[in-house]
Design a binder for this molecule. Sequence first.
Ligand code: ADP
Length: 482
Amino acid sequence: MMRLTIFWRLVVGYLIIFILVMIVGIYAIIQLKRFNTVTQYILNVDNRILEYEKNLVDLTLSQHRFMKKYIISGDRGLYNQFFSTKEAFSRNLDMVLAVSDTRFHREPLTKIKEYHDLYQSLVGKETGLIQAKRIYSKKEYESEKERLVDGILKELDLLEVRVRQDAHQRMKEQGEAGDSARTMAVILASLALGSIIVISFLITRSITAPLGLLRLKTREIAEGVFKSDLKISSSPEISELAQAFNLMIHRLSTLEKMKSDFFSTMSHELRTPLTSIKEGIALLQEGAAGPVTDKQKKLLDIVAQESRRLIELVNSSLDFSKMEAGMMTYHFEPADLVFLINKVILEMGPLVESKKIRLEAEVKASLPKVTMDQERILQVLRNLIGNALKFTPEGGRIGVFAGLTGQGIKVAVRDTGPGIPENSLLTIFNKFQQVIPEKSFQIKGSGLGLAIVKHIITSHGGRVWAESKLGQGSTFYFVLPV
Ligand code: ADP
């Protein structure tokens, strides 16, 4: 059973169940047949004997009656009637003898035959005497015949009693046998039922148990645990599946390792030199390497800006790759969203001022705390408010709103920028998706900001979307469940 395929397990299991049911069925049929035989016997033999017995009683009496009348009247017709009843008696007697098969029954029957023969020879002698017209003691003959008839009737009675007793005994035995057969049938049926349940349970378990293991393992993998130690000695199909599964886990863990190696190399190999460049430029700008001319200053400003952009790009692309690979870890804890909004608004202060933009915050002070990763939500706010600042022309307006709704805390960032065409409202949240900028808005970016926002909000169990009309500004919303 251990290494059978699922198909053969089912076949063998059901075959056993079938055989068990057959055994119970055959047993029941055999018992029924036995009862049938006994009943048939009682009907065929006992009842027939009783019938003959009754005939014999009648025939004995009429024989005797005809004989008596004949002796009184000497009428030939009566003698003939006597003779035919006698013949009928013998026929019946022969038939009972043929039917009855036990000594118990034969014993009275042979006695009856004896008595009858004696009776006949007595009658023979008497009719001889009568025909010869001789005088004899009628009384003596009469009493002798009476005695024989009585004997016959007594034996017939005995026969009836015995047959009835016999039938009764058989019925009783049959009843007892029926009782024990019923008990046996109940035991057999319960045994079969028990085995059927056990067999079905074993078969089902032998299939579901390894599947359950596989399911557990799959869940582990979903949680990022790659241990390829799944050993299932079950049916060959499932063992094969387990092997393939182990292979898959092995490859996944190799890939996983490559990925994390790549990330750490990238962060180190790219970020470190970029930071050095940035710092070098800052030193140059401060004149640490000698006086800087106006022209040089302008160039250094451009280089500084570009290197900042490059650092941002590297950072967000690393962040996003991590998120996509499911390697971003979140540290959830209850925190105050209003505090974070105010913090970002404060950070943005210099840029807001330089672009002469009016930034207004309309935030309910008493909002409940939300479970979140504060750093990541800060990133979201920076991206959204940063985008609003980036896309809103000088002298524009930006509004930040936060309030409680049925689904959680809803935050809105509204600007008076160029707006977003309707068919791009969904795609801008995909990576590297940017609305083709109009000539007047040549603003550079990576196209990753909103993709990161969406990832973070979704990981918090929230929702993010944008509403906009071209030329009328845009509003970005997100909802965090409370
Ligand atoms: P990036 O800003 O770096 O290009 P984002 O993912 O942040 O990337 O934004 C994707 C695109 O969505 C932007 O290129 C821009 O076309 C559009 N967009 C985002 N925010 C706004 C906004 N406040 N107003 C108008 N367009 C926006």
